[in-house]
Design a protein around this ligand. Structure first.
Ligand SMILES: Cc1cc2nc3c(=O)[nH]c(=O)nc-3n(C[C@H](O)[C@H](O)[C@H](O)COP(=O)(O)OP(=O)(O)OC[C@H]3O[C@@H](n4cnc5c(N)ncnc54)[C@H](O)[C@@H]3O)c2cc1C
Length: 356
C-alpha cells in the first residue's frame, strides 16, 4: 500500500547544502523547525534550517490538522498527572499556540477554521472522565460544553497542516531553508557544535533538533518513542457527515470533514498497539480496515482516495522536551509532541528561542 497524504506538499522548493558556518542550525523542516526559524528571525538571530527530504515531509504534512487545547489526555487526567495549576498553564499555552500561529500566517490560505472540536465518549468510563473535565475546565475559566455524550471545546480549530508549514516557510529569509540535507552526526566541540551531513561539515554556534520522532536516530540518549499513526481520506461527500473535528476513545480515534466534503479519519492505534511502533510509514490492512468501517458508519458515499501513515514522537511525561540536551553543550531539543505538535510546536519553539 502506498503512503500518500491527502495534503499536497508545499509548492516551493528550497534546494541547498549544509552551510559551512551558522549561528543557529535547525534540523528538521516540520511545524517545529519552521516555527523555530520564524521566532529566531523575529529576535534577529541568523539561522539556517536543514531538512533531509522536503518541508512537511514528516508528521507535519501527514496529520489530521486538529488544533486542540491541552495535552492528549483529558483535562481531568492532566490535572491528576501535572497538578491543577500546571494543567491550566498547559491549556493556556495551547490556546496561545493556536492564536499566535494562525496570526503569524494571517492572509495565507492554511485552511484555518475555528468552529471548535468535540470529544465523543466511547463508553461510561470516558463519559465520566469528560464530565469531570468539563467541570474542572469551567471552574478554571475555560469555555466548554458537555451534553452527557460529547464535550465541545469551542476555542479549538483545524488547519491544513502542510499549508501551515508552507506558509511559515515562506516567511523565512531567502537561503534560510535547505532541503535534501540529511544530518548524520552531531558533535559538541565547545564552544561550537559540528554537524555532519552528506560528507560536509557545519560549525554552528548552536544546534536545535526539530526532528520529533526521528530524534533518537541522531541522539539515541533522547527518550522519544516513535509511534505510527494511520489515516485515510475519502472523495467529497455532498452530505454533512460530521459537524466538528471529533476525537474519541481517549484520543485514539479521530475524524473531520473538510468544507469541500472530504472525510478524513485517523487513529485506531489502540487496536494494534504493539504493531504501530517504529519508523515504517506504510499503512497496514488491519488499521485501514477499521478506518474504512468508520467511513461506512458515518454514511459516506464516496470512496477512499488517500491512505497514509506518519510517525509521532512520544515522551515519558506526555509533554514535549524543550531545552538543552544534557552533556552536549550548544545542542537543544524541541521535540516529543505526543501526537499533538500542531497544538504545541509554535509556542514551544518560541519558549525555546527566548531561553537561548
Ligand atoms: C496520522 C497523524 C495524525 C496526527 N494528527 C494530529 C492532529 O490532528 N493535531 C496535532 O496537533 N498533531 C497531530 N499529529 C502529530 C503531529 O503531526 C506532530 O506532533 C507534529 O507534526 C510534529 O512536528 P515536528 O515538526 O516536530 O516533526 P515532523 O513533522 O516529523 O518533522 C521532523 C522533520 O525532521 C526531518 N529529519 C529527521 N531526521 C533528519 C535528519 N537526520 N536530517 C535532516 N532532517 C531530518 C524529517 O524529515 C521531518 O521532516 C498527528 C500525527 C500523525 C502521524
Amino acid at each position: 500500500m502506498t503512503s500518500t497524504p491527502y495534503w499536497p506538499r508545499p509548492a516551493e522548493r528550497y534546494a541547498g547544502r549544509l552551510p559551512e558556518r551558522a549561528d543557529v542550525l535547525v534540523i528538521g523542516g516540520g511545524i517545529t523547525g519552521t516555527s523555530l526559524l520564524h521566532h529566531l528571525a523575529a529576535r534577529g538571530m541568523d539561522a539556517v534550517l536543514v531538512e533531509r527530504a522536503h518541508i512537511a515531509s514528516g508528521a507535519s504534512g501527514r496529520n489530521a490538522g486538529f488544533l486542540l487545547a491541552g495535552v492528549a489526555d483529558s483535562y481531568a487526567d492532566a490535572v491528576r498527572t501535572y497538578g491543577r495549576s500546571r494543567a491550566s498553564d498547559i491549556w493556556h499555552m495551547t490556546l496561545e499556540n493556536h492564536a499566535t500561529m494562525t496570526e503569524a500566517v494571517k492572509g495565507e490560505d492554511v485552511g484555518h477554521r475555528r468552529l471548535g472540536s468535540a470529544i465523543l465518549a466511547s463508553g461510561e468510563e470516558e463519559a465520566a472522565r469528560l464530565a469531570e473535565s468539563a467541570q474542572l475546565l469551567g471552574e478554571d475559566g475555560f469555555e466548554v460544553r458537555w451534553d452527557g455524550r460529547r464535550l465541545v471545546n469551542p476555542r479549538d480549530g483545524e488547519v491544513n497542516p502542510a499549508a501551515m508549514v508552507g506558509a511559515l516557510a515562506r516567511l523565512a529569509e531567502p537561503g534560510a531553508i535547505r532541503e535534501g540535507v540529511n544530518v548524520t552526526a552531531i558533535e559538541a566541540r565547545s564552544p561550537e557544535v559540528v554537524v555532519h551531513a552528506d560528507g560536509a561539515e557545519c560549525r554552528a554556534g548552536c544546534v536545535i533538533l526539530a526532528t520529533n520522532a526521528y530524534t533518537p536516530l541522531l541522539l539515541p540518549q533522547v527518550a522519544i518513542k516513535p509511534r505510527r499513526a494511520q489515516m485515510l481520506a475519502s472523495g467529497p461527500d455532498g452530505a454533512r457527515l460530521c459537524d466538528l473535528p471529533t476525537y474519541s476513545h481517549f484520543g485514539y480515534r479521530y475524524w473531520r470533514q473538510m468544507p469541500t466534503g472530504e472525510v478524513l479519519i485517523g487513529g485506531w492505534r489502540d487496536t494494534a498497539y504493539d504493531e504501530e511502533i517504529g519508523y515504517d510509514e506504510t499503512p497496514t490492512d488491519q488499521i485501514q480496515a477499521h478506518l474504512d468501517a468508520q467511513l461506512k458508519r458515518m454514511g459516506a458515499e464516496s470512496g477512499v482516495t488517500h491512505r497514509w501513515a506518519g510517525i509521532m514522537g512520544f515522551t515519558e511525561t506526555g509533554l514535549p522536551l524543550v531545552g538543552p540536551v544534557e552533556g552536549l553543550p550548544g545542542v537543544y531539543l524541541c521535540a516529543g509532541f505526543n501526537g499533538h505538535g500542531m497544538g504545541f510546536a509554535f509556542v514551544s519553539a518560541k519558549r525555546l528561542v527566548e531561553s537561548l
